[in-house]
Design a binder for this molecule. Structure first.
Ligand code: KIV
Ligand code: ZN
Length: 511
């Protein structure tokens, strides 16, 4: 890769997944990894193999499936067992990287590690060498680099490179840096570390002060050639630097940065939706690049300018990032062929069975809703095209509610494995509560509802409603999403999807 290429290191599956309530199953991680490969990221940090058997297995499976297409990376502390375990998970990949980290700030050394500087230097050297014995591609991160004494940071980085690190990452672990501060750190490393030319400098910024993207771009200006980031800026606390914002800033301001990435930007919105669906973490409407309003021009003066010439107020085109607008596309009389073409042009390729289900959903929707927009079709597609287990499906739902009456719900479900049909009725605080009680009772699987969120997919009184729920089955968290013009039905579908995921997770663990 030339010096004008910024490597995109995606850590959605590792640092992003550490975000509370955002854990993913192995099959969800594989699906996201596949989408990251299609997006064109250069490195996928797939997990922290020593952290748990589940993490190990996910990294192993991703390495096996995608390790010939993209570099697959596993995280390890500067501990022998971590590095050995990371390699065990990665070894089937043609392209792999071990990422070792050790804290270097005075606060971390004194209170967390209880190590002096000499010991940090020794462990860095020993553990980077150990990782290099397994793998030619080794990344080293001095954790909490932005609060580390700069002279000491230079020493650590030099030691890591001497021991064989091919990438040195400079984490702003607690989101403390500011753009100038971070720029100066990278420049100092470039100017004062004698062997810095033998490694790629990487950025890894957290967003506690809302500066993660700005800091990452400052580092690029200063000479960093790898950026670590996550889809939708997913990550603990305020999150990590957002991949889509960094990529589009570099592309839109190529005149200034004079670098490029290997990312296929038209895949940004689809992968944003996928990660949001899988983690249950909604994307805020006004989020840059991938938020629902990112390209909506409301002000009259803007609309007028846009009609004359779109570049008056638009610095990027919605289609450049794969944005699905609210174009009116289809109605009740649009045929199967037109629908299939529309699905394909939205970037989905479905097998015949899934296409049939999606088409049936479309016909059912067209019966209720006069005008169907792209956003509606994507919402239907999202329901069907991800690998969501479907032990129980909803056949029918009857609810009654109103002022002065007791809300009741009677769902009827089919077990797709046994063919058994069950129905039950329940009462609740409201119709949605009654539905949830009845579903749990029918399936015999009590869980705790943690979050419930409802929004509309498109505009108009007959818009599709989208419900996202988060449930807890003991310590395991699952998300479900449902869409319908009737939000009670959408809620039932969302809850059922989350219950189906919980059932599948228990089965996978052999309970
Ligand atoms: O934020 C951080 O310091 C990290 C390291 C493990 C790179 O995530
Ligand atoms: Zn981090």
């Amino acid at each position: 890769m030339g010096d004008d290429v910024i490597r995109i290191f995606d850590t959605t599956l590792r640092d992003g997944e550490q975000s509370p309530g955002c854990s993913m199953t192995k099959s969800e991680k594989l699906e996201v990894a596949g989408a990251l490969v299609d997006l064109g990221v250069d490195i996928i940090e797939a997990g922290f193999p020593i952290a748990s058997p589940g993490d190990f297995e996910s990294v192993r499976a991703i390495a096996e499936k995608y390790g010939d297409q993209t570099v697959i990376c596993g995280l390890a502390r500067c501990i022998e067992a971590d590095i050995d375990r990371a390699w065990e998970a990665l070894k089937e990949a043609e392209k792999s990287r071990i990422h070792v980290f050790l804290a270097t700030s005075a606060i971390h050394m004194q209170y967390k590690l209880k190590m002096a500087e000499e010991e940090i230097l020794r462990r860095t050297s020993e553990m980077v060498s150990r990782a290099r014995n397994y793998c030619d591609d080794v990344e080293f991160s001095p954790e909490d680099a932005s609060r580390t004494d700069l002279d000491f940071l230079c020493q650590v980085v030099e030691t890591a490179i001497t021991a064989g690190a091919t990438t040195v990452n400079i984490p702003d672990t607690v989101g403390y840096a500011t753009p100038n501060h971070y720029y100066n750190m990278i420049r100092t490393l470039k100017e004062q570390v004698p062997n810095i030319g033998q490694a790629i400098i990487s950025t890894h910024c957290h967003n506690d002060l809302g500066l993660a993207v700005a800091n990452s771009l400052s580092a690029v200006e200063a000479g960093a050639r790898q950026v670590e980031c996550t889809i939708n800026g997913l990550g603990e606390r305020a999150g990590n630097a957002s991949l889509e914002e960094i990529v589009m800033a570099i592309r839109t301001r190529a005149d200034f940065y004079r670098v490029r990435t290997n990312i296929n930007t038209t895949k940004l919105v689809p992968i944003s939706r996928l990660v949001s669906n899988v983690t249950g973490m909604r994307v805020q409407r006004n989020k840059a690049i991938v938020g629902q309003n990112a390209f909506a021009h409301e002000a009259g003066i803007h609309q007028h300018g846009m009609m004359q010439e779109s570049s008056t107020y638009e610095i990027m085109k919605p289609q450049d990032v794969g944005f699905v607008g609210t174009n009116l596309v289809l109605g009740k009389h649009s045929g199967r062929h037109a629908f299939r073409e529309r699905v394909q042009s939205l970037g989905y390729s479905l097998d015949d069975e899934t296409f049939q289900k999606v088409f049936d959903d479309f016909i059912a929707l067209a019966d209720k809703k006069k005008e169907i927009y792209d956003a509606d079709i994507v919402a239907i597609l999202d329901q069907r095209s991800h690998h969501v287990p479907e032990t129980w499906t909803l056949l029918r739902l009857h609810t009654s509610a109103g002022t002065g009456t007791i809300p009741t719900a009677t769902p009827e479900l089919k077990n797709e494995e046994t063919g058994e049909i069950r129905r039950d009725a329940a009462t609740g605080d409201g119709p949605i509560d009654a539905v949830f009680v009845a579903l749990e009772r029918i399936i015999g699987f009590p869980v705790k509802l943690q979050e419930f969120d409802v929004s509309s997919v498109s505009s108009g009184k007959d818009a599709l409603g989208e419900v996202v729920v988060t449930i807890a089955d003991g310590s395991r968290i699952h998300h479900g999403k449902g869409v319908s013009t009737d939000i009670i039905e959408a809620a039932a579908r969302a809850y059922l999807q989350a219950l189906n995921k919980a059932i599948a997770a228990r089965k996978n663990e052999g309970e």
